[in-house]
Write a protein that binds this ligand. Sequence first.
Ligand SMILES: [Zn+2]
Length: 86
Amino acid sequence: MTEGMGRFQAIKDWTPGYMNVTPAHLDIMAECTACGAQKEFSREKLPSQLRHAQVDDVEKRLKCASCGAKAGKLRFGYFVDEKGTK
Ligand SMILES: [Zn+2]
């Protein structure tokens, strides 16, 4: 859970395809499809050889810190604050 940044609103059924074409204003959340854990994904921490990789290839390398499953999906979207502005 990410506290203090509001709720993450993913764009449904959408991915940019490649990491480097992800619009800069979008936030990325890594979600474990096995246990549901979510963690904000920082593209700055992506190794340089993966910065132009397919989103699918990055997902294959994700490992859940909570349950250890390799079932990560990247969700693209934005944080909405709790004040109700959308
Ligand atoms: Zn998990």
